[in-house]
Design a protein around this ligand. Structure first.
Ligand SMILES: Cc1cc2nc3c(=O)[nH]c(=O)nc-3n(C[C@H](O)[C@H](O)[C@H](O)COP(=O)(O)OP(=O)(O)OC[C@H]3O[C@@H](n4cnc5c(N)ncnc54)[C@H](O)[C@@H]3O)c2cc1C
Length: 486
């Protein structure tokens, strides 16, 4: 079990008084949640084995309201955790009992769309899919497309530097942002970046992107929007082994071909997804790749021909090109519902998220299999193979005694493999609480102290999401350290 800091007894004793003060600061008193089931909804995130009920939840609707709330919490020494939709998979949005959750779900307006300058300004709580929906009629889209895009917010994407299937060509969140409006923990409002391509001064936009809600609360986001390509088409290629599929990915990338997406699924993932989404996946294959290319019809056909030729080197069991929009949609439906489909074959899963150099895919896939065998867990692999971002899903039962500890140990072994081959411990899901200690695999204490100094510049009292990212034995959030119940 992952330890969390003990709640501050002085804050816990003032619970009712703090809740009253927060209510008075909100424009709508109903935007405070402080009891019952409504509060329990916020006790966890996508890393659902861990739960802590927060002190209160506030759901402000504007930047000025956020500023008022943060200034009060800062003056009173109250911890705050910003929250979008709570889909993070590493415990990033997990509350602590003495913290106020500041949710941005009611800040859900698209504020401005500027097609000439190819950008859109949206409030923090707009969902990822609704950014693309807002510009679709003019044939534009927002490129990063996490599989959780129906639910997750743009602010959550910024905080986690989220990626998605189509990020191989277009880059992840950090490559698709122009600016942010941020409220600092003491209530001051600051803007970062602008519509201009390259700003002056330090790259604060880069610093805030991926900072896991520890430096400030994002209230508005200025995103790049892109014209839709003329056409796009996915293909499905089935293989006799994971290693052959991995080797095929390595050769496609090695040849300098950049499809929009290369997604990998192994046999357990194929079977679970097919039973759920009925996308026409090859159930006789041990692994499959979804490879999407885009451009004019001529460009698509030329890329498809090269990819089929490369796939032919790896003895594929099937190659199926999407023949129409319905087939293309089905191929992506299968992939995007694959995580959810795991619920059919296992009560719980731990979704790991590491990156590796793509050339190491075959080796790493066979080492992951060995980890599963050593711990007695089935591991399903679904991941963005083109950029080497792995998502091994370790299937387990959180109610079985001791399984959480064993599944976390297996997960750590997988992260060690990623680091050993030259990769890192998170591609897009972040560190949160889950991988705090794994930070030691990548950084020494001096590195981590430097990173903590940066947090102190923005949040000297260490109030904003402080129990995350940094290992607790060097993290100022660790007052006493207690184990939290699953
Ligand atoms: C089924 C499923 C599939 C997924 N697929 C992908 C995928 O393909 N790619 C991917 O990258 N991720 C994926 N994720 C993970 C998750 O959806 C992303 O990390 C997402 O960006 C989180 O957004 P959210 O709104 O849910 O944020 P939350 O979970 O609410 O918060 C995440 C972090 O952001 C911080 N935060 C939230 N709002 C703010 C704010 N306004 N200001 C500052 N910090 C803030 C929180 O404090 C927390 O640290 C998936 C998750 C699930 C459950």
């Amino acid at each position: 079990m992952i330890p969390m800091p003990a709640p501050d007894p002085a804050i816990m004793a003032r619970r009712a008084e703090i809740q009253d003060a927060l209510r008075a600061l909100l424009d709508n008193p109903g935007d405070l949640i402080c009891e019952g089931l409504a509060l329990k909804v916020y006790e966890t995130d996508g890393l659902s084995a861990y739960r802590q009920v927060p002190l209160a939840v506030v759901l402000p609707r504007s930047t000025t309201e956020v500023a008022r709330l943060l200034a009060y919490c800062h003056d009173q020494g109250i911890k705050v955790i910003a929250r979008g939709s709570g889909t993070s998979l590493a415990g990033g949005a997990l509350p602590t009992q003495d913290a106020v959750i500041l949710g941005v779900s009611k800040m859900n307006q698209v504020l401005d769309i500027d097609y000439d300058n190819r950008c859109a300004r949206v409030q923090a709580g707009v969902t990822n899919i609704n950014v693309s929906n807002a510009v679709e009629l003019e044939n534009f889209f927002y490129a990063p497309d996490p599989s959780s895009q129906l639910a997750c917010t743009i602010a959550g994407n910024v905080a986690m530097n989220s990626g998605g299937a189509h990020c191989l060509k277009y880059g992840v969140t950090t490559n698709n942002l122009l600016g942010l409006t941020v409220v600092l923990m003491d209530g001051r409002i600051t803007t970062i970046g602008s519509e201009a391509m390259d700003g002056d001064g330090y790259d604060l936009l880069g610093l805030f992107t991926g900072s896991e809600g520890m430096l400030g609360v994002v209230t508005e986001v200025l995103v790049r929007i892109l014209p839709k390509p003329e056409g796009a088409r996915p293909m499905l290629v089935g293989f006799k082994s994971e290693e052959l599929a991995g080797a095929c990915v390595a050769e496609i990338i090695g040849q300098g071909i950049v499809p929009v997406a290369i997604e990998f699924m192994d046999k357990p993932a194929i079977l679970a997804s097919e039973a759920f989404a009925k996308a026409g996946y090859p159930t006789d294959a041990q692994a499959l790749l979804i490879i999407e290319v885009e451009g004019s019809e001529l460009e698509i056909e030329a890329q498809e021909a090269r990819i089929q030729e490369i796939a032919g080197h790896y003895d594929p069991v099937s190659i199926k090109l999407a023949e129409n929009a319905t087939q293309a949609e089905a191929i992506w439906r299968g992939r995007k519902s694959a995580f959810g489909a795991m619920g059919q074959i296992s009560p719980d899963y731990l979704c790991m998220d590491g990156t590796i150099p793509t050339g190491k895919l075959p080796e790493v896939l066979s080492r992951i299999k060995q980890v599963g065998e050593a711990y007695g867990f089935q591991i399903a692999n679904i991941f963005h193979a083109g950029d080497g971002n792995l998502h091994p899903l370790i299937l387990y039962d959180a109610n079985a005694p001791g399984e959480i500890d064993r599944v976390e140990a297996a997960g750590e072994d997988i992260l060690k493999i990623c680091v050993e081959v030259g990769g890192c411990i998170t591609g897009e899901h972040g560190v949160g609480i889950e991988k705090r200690d794994a930070m030691m695999l990548m950084f020494n204490e001096t590195d981590l102290q430097q990173q903590m100094r940066i947090k102190r510049v923005f949040d000297p009292l260490w109030l904003l999401n402080g129990a995350k990212v940094f290992p607790l034995d060097i993290n100022p959030a660790d007052t006493k350290g207690q184990r939290i119940a699953a």
